[in-house]
Design a protein around this ligand. Sequence first.
Ligand SMILES: [Zn+2]
Length: 375
Amino acid sequence: MTQFSFALHATDGRARTGEISTPRGEIRTPAFMPVGTAATVKAMMPESVRATGADILLGNTYHLMLRPTAERIDRLGGLHKFMNWDRPILTDSGGFQVMSLADLRKMTEKGVTFKSHIDGSKHELTPERSMEIQRLLGSDIVMCFDECPALPASKDRIAESMRLSMRWAQRSRDAFGDRPGHALFGIQQGGLEQDLREESAKALQDIGFDGYAIGGLAVGEGQEAMFSCLDYAPDMLPVDKPRYLMGVGKPDDIVGAVKRGIDMMDCVLPSRSGRTGQAWTRRGQVNIKNARHQDDPRPLDEQCTCPACSNYSRAYLHHVFRAQEMISGMLLTWHNLHYFQELMQGMRDAIAAGRFAEFEAEFHAQRAEGDIERL
Ligand SMILES: [Zn+2]
């Protein structure tokens, strides 16, 4: 059986390209993971998600444990079979979403108790329970249970939270056990404090993980602060393991993160934007709701090969959004996911060819031009 492994193929500056191997298939890096919160990438069939170029999806432990429950998914053959996606799945630990979505949370050394935002039922998440849920789901890449404090916070509060997360990382490792073909990733915390990031990276490496995430960023600190942290944080992690930046991001965040040595990312942005009439293109963001598109027979992006751009006009996309037709979210989500995956492929090719700096300059130049002139 194929084991979980990571091979680095080329580097260009700090940017890296390579491949993660799992029993369910390869993941080309740098990789963008579409988010399939409730066992679906909203508005997309799984085969369509694959057609955009996605090698791996992200599933949310918090949502799935509440509905339809991990035990039910397990009885029905696991998350891959349940949602008809046979390629790799990464699941988060539930920690971040408990903090952002659940009601009446109470945190102790043991874990977090909370009330469901859906029906008010009471639940407990601990490192041990999170590992159990992610095993029941059949996740290929399992994330440690951690706490992510909202920024800004005092340094003492960030230090205390980070050390709790490191104790939970050890408990996650112990509870995960030995599962050939499945990976467990540790999560570096420490906010924007370099010494705390260093302490966290060392604690995680003493435990030992199959990959390492950078947590606690993209939580409202802004791009400049995030990039400052990424100027040092990835280099504290092992060079021969995948590095995953959680919850990022916009296309320019993604390019800046890859430049700083990140291998994996996830974000709801392409799918969420698609449902609110926002398209991401080589030339920046396009608001399809705008009346300027209503008589425009041109595609969203004439160079894009996605179904939305190949077969439909801006006028049609504008019309179906205004008429609240379901195909609106379907087409724009497909386009956005296609654009994000094409961006990743462009970066992988550029890194392999040793021309990442040129790629980055071209990326910014095209965006600076803005959307095509109105008719
Ligand atoms: Zn397109």
